[in-house]
Design a protein around this ligand. Structure first.
Ligand SMILES: [Zn+2]
Length: 167
C-alpha cells in the first residue's frame, strides 16, 4: 500500500502489519501505539529491555488497542512487567529508561486533541475503513499524532527536547 506523508523515522509499514497479526486487526489506535513505541526508542535511545511505559487511556476497545501497539513496538510488555495501564480520559503514554542510573525524565506522548476528536468520528466506520485509517494514521508526521513533552520525576514539565547532560 502506498502511504502518503510517510514519516522518515519509520522504516516501513511492515511493523504495522506485524503488529496487526499480533493484535488481530489494524486500526488507528494500534497504529498510534506502534508509532509511540518507535518514537520512544528513538528519543530515549533504548532497547526493548531498557524502557518502561505507563499508558493512560479509557478502559476497553478501541482505546486499549493503543496498549497493544505500544507493547509491540516498544518491547514494554505485560510479560516483562515493564508496562502499566491506568484508566484515564484522553490517551497518553509516558516512557522512561529502566536504567536507575539515568536521570529520570519521562517522555510523554499525548494523542493530539484534533486526532482524538477525529478518531471518535471514526468509531462509525466499517472494518475495512478502520484498517485503511490505521495505515493512513500510521503514515502521518509525528507532530500531527502526538503532543510530545519531557517531564521530570517530580512532575516538572520541560520543553520538547531533552536537556543536555552538561557534557
Ligand atoms: Zn484493536
Amino acid at each position: 500500500m502506498r502511504l502518503s506523508g510517510y514519516s522518515p523515522d519509520v522504516d516501513s509499514a511492515y511493523i504495522l502489519e506485524a503488529a496487526g497479526r499480533f493484535h488481530g486487526h489494524i486500526g488507528p489506535w494500534l497504529a498510534l501505539g506502534v508509532r509511540a513505541g518507535l518514537l520512544a526508542k528513538t528519543r530515549l535511545q533504548a532497547s526493548h529491555f531498557g524502557l518502561m511505559a505507563d499508558v493512560r487511556c479509557p478502559d476497553g476497545t478501541p482505546y486499549t488497542c493503543f496498549l497493544d501497539g505500544v507493547q509491540f513496538s516498544s518491547g514494554c510488555t505485560m510479560g516483562k512487567g515493564n508496562i502499566s495501564h491506568h484508566v484515564a480520559n484522553g490517551c497518553s503514554v509516558a516512557f522512561r529508561t529502566a536504567d536507575a542510573t539515568e536521570s529520570r525524565r519521562n517522555l510523554v506522548l499525548e494523542v493530539a486533541p484534533g486526532l482524538w476528536a477525529e478518531l471518535h468520528e471514526s468509531r462509525r466506520l466499517g472494518d475495512r475503513q478502520v484498517t485503511l485509517l490505521g495505515y493512513e494514521v500510521f503514515g502521518r508526521p509525528t507532530e500531527l499524532l502526538f503532543h510530545e513533552r519531557w517531564e521530570s520525576e517530580d512532575g516538572e514539565t520541560g520543553g520538547t527536547e531533552p536537556e543536555s547532560n552538561g557534557a
